[in-house]
Design a protein. Structure first.
Length: 459
C-alpha cells in the first residue's frame, strides 16, 4: 500500500497549515479533519475541506469555529484549564540499582548512578514501596510496578523479593499487579526468564541496532561491545515467552538512523514488539538529535509505518510498537493534558527511598515529590500538575496535536526544550492517514470497539 502524506513528511509542522482547532489531511478515501477537542476524526466533503483550508490559510479562527458549528462539529471542551488533582499512586518504578555495567554514550542516568555514588536499593526500601502502593488502592483495582536503573538486574535479589511481596499482597487484597523491567540484557539468565514468565513480566531490552551499530552506542564500561552478549542472553527468553512479553526499545541517535532494517531484524528474531525513541536530551550532549536528524528519523519512521500497513492488509503480524500505539490512541480518541502519568498516578522511587515525578528525575530536585516515609507531598504534586498542564505550555497551547502529545516528556522539556515538535506533528499526521486507510481496508484490525472516522455531510 502506498501511503499518502501531504507534501514532505514534516508538512504538518508548518504553522500555515493548521490552527489550534485541528488539521485537515487527505487520504485515498477523501479528505478528513482531525479536531483537537476530543481528538475526533471526520471524513468530510471536498467542499468542506476547501472551506476549512481557506480559513486556515487566512488565519481566521473565528470563521473556522463558525464552520464547525454549522456542520455540527462543535462540542463542549473535553479538557479545561484545571489541573488533574493528585490521587493515589497506581504505578511506581523502583530504581533498585543506581549503577550499571555499560557505558552508554547518551545515558540520561549518567552511567546509571544519576550523578551520585553507585548504590543498590535495600530490600526494606523496596518492600516498603510496594506495600505503600498496594495499601493505597481499593480491591479490584490494578497497579503496575516497573524495575529500572541503572541496570536493575545488578540487584536481582531485591527485584525478586519486591515482586514476590507485591504478588502476595495483591492476591490477598484482590488487587491485580502488573510487572515490567527495562534491562540492557547483559545479565539475563534462563532462570530470570522462568521468574519473569511466572509473574507475567513485560520485559524491555535496550537494543540500538544490529551488531556494531549497537556496540557503538552501548559498550561495556571497558569499551567492549555488548550486542553478542545481549542476544545470547535474550534469545532463550524469547523462545520461552508466553505470559511474559520480550520487547526491544531502540534509542535513536544520528548514528543509528536505519530504522526499517533494524525493525525487520528484531521482528525476525521474535521480539513481541519493537519501538523507537529519539534521543532528545543527554547529560553529555552526545547523541542528541538535531532538526535534520529528526527529519530523517521521520522519513524512516514513515517507511516503517508503510511496511506495517502493508503487513496488516496482508494479514501478517508486524509488531511496530510506535504504530500500534498511535493507532490505538487515535481509535479511542485519546485526549489528555499531560504526556504521561508522571507526578500524578505514577511516581519513581530512588534507591534511598525518595519519591520523584518519574524514573528520569531520580535524585533530581526538579522532580522531587517527597519520600517513602512521609509519602508524596500533596502541595508539590499539585503545583507540578498545575505548571505542566498543556494549556500552560508554550507553544503547545496553540498546537493542533496538543492533546495527543500532551506537551512532551517533562524531563526532556525541562532540560532541552522542545526540539522534536516538527517530528511529532509529522508522525501524527502520517498516523492519522494510516488510521483512516486501515479502518477502511481492514476494520477487523481494530476489533469490535466503535471508533472513528465519521462522515460529515455538507450543511
Amino acid at each position: 500500500m502506498t501511503a499518502v502524506v501531504r507534501n514532505e513528511p514534516a508538512a504538518a509542522s508548518a504553522p500555515s497549515r493548521w490552527l489550534p482547532q485541528g488539521l485537515s489531511f487527505p487520504t485515498e478515501f477523501g479528505p478528513h479533519v482531525y479536531l483537537a477537542n476530543g481528538s475526533r476524526v471526520y471524513g468530510v466533503t471536498e467542499a468542506f475541506a476547501h472551506q476549512y483550508d481557506d480559513l486556515v490559510a487566512r488565519r481566521d479562527g473565528a470563521g473556522l469555529d463558525d464552520l464547525l458549528v454549522r456542520h455540527g462539529l462543535d462540542a463542549p471542551a473535553y479538557i479545561d484549564d484545571r489541573p488533574v488533582k493528585p490521587f493515589a499512586m497506581h504505578a511506581i518504578s523502583l530504581a533498585v540499582a543506581q549503577k550499571c555495567n555499560l557505558g552508554c554514550t547518551y545515558c540520561y542516568a549518567q552511567g546509571g548512578d544519576f550523578g551520585g555514588p553507585a548504590k543498590n536499593m535495600p530490600e526494606a526500601t523496596a518492600l516498603k514501596a510496594v506495600e505503600r502502593l498496594i495499601e493505597g488502592v481499593a480491591p479490584g483495582e490494578r497497579v503496575n510496578i516497573a524495575f529500572l536503573g541503572g541496570e536493575p538486574l545488578v540487584n536481582r535479589p531485591v527485584l525478586r523479593a519486591a515482586t514476590e511481596r507485591a504478588a502476595a499482597l495483591g492476591a490477598q487484597k484482590g488487587v491485580a499487579v502488573g510487572f515490567s523491567i527495562t534491562s540492557n540484557g547483559t545479565l539475563l539468565t534462563p532462570d530470570d526468564g522462568d521468574f519473569f514468565e511466572r509473574h507475567g513480566f513485560a520485559v524491555t531490552i535496550s537494543l540500538d541496532g544490529v551488531g556494531a551499530v549497537h556496540d557503538g552506542q552501548r559498550p561495556f564500561k571497558g569499551g567492549r561491545g555488548s550486542y553478542d552478549r545481549v542476544l545470547a542472553n535474550v534469545m532463550p527468553l524469547i523462545r520461552m515467552q508466553r505470559a511474559m512479553q520480550i520487547s526491544a526499545r531502540v534509542t535513536v541517535t544520528p548514528k543509528n538512523l536505519r530504522l526499517p532494517e533494524t525493525l525487520d531484524h528484531f521482528i525476525g528474531l521474535g521480539f513481541h514488539s519493537v519501538g523507537f525513541s529519539p534521543m532528545l536530551n543527554a547529560p553529555s550532549g552526545r547523541g542528541e538529535m538535531a532538526a535534520a536528524d529528526l527529519a530523517e528519523m521521520l522519513a524512516q519512521m514513515i517507511a516503517c509505518g508503510r511496511a506495517f500497513e502493508a503487513s496488516v492488509v496482508a494479514g501478517r503480524r508486524y509488531p511496530f510498537l510506535n504504530m500500534v500505539t498511535a493507532l490505538k490512541e487515535l481509535h479511542k480518541g485519546t485526549h489528555r493534558p499531560y504526556p504521561c502519568g508522571a507526578g500524578a498516578g505514577y511516581l519513581a522511587v530512588s534507591a534511598d527511598g525518595g519519591l520523584f515525578a518519574c524514573h528520569r528525575f531520580v535524585d533530581d530536585a526538579a522532580g522531587a515529590m517527597g519520600n517513602l516515609t512521609d509519602g508524596p507531598d500533596p502541595a508539590v504534586r499539585t503545583n507540578w500538575l498545575a505548571n505542566r498542564h498543556v494549556h500552560f505550555q508554550s507553544p503547545c497551547s496553540g498546537c493542533w496535536a496538543r492533546y495527543l502529545c500532551g506537551g512532551g516528556c517533562h524531563h526532556e522539556v525541562i532540560q532541552r526544550g522542545r526540539p522534536a515538535c516538527d517530528y511529532i506533528r509529522g508522525w501524527l499526521e502520517y498516523s492519522l492517514g494510516a488510521y483512516v486507510r486501515l479502518l477502511e481496508a481492514t476494520p477487523a484490525f481494530f476489533g469490535s470497539v466503535p471508533g472513528q472516522p465519521t462522515q460529515v455531510p455538507d450543511a
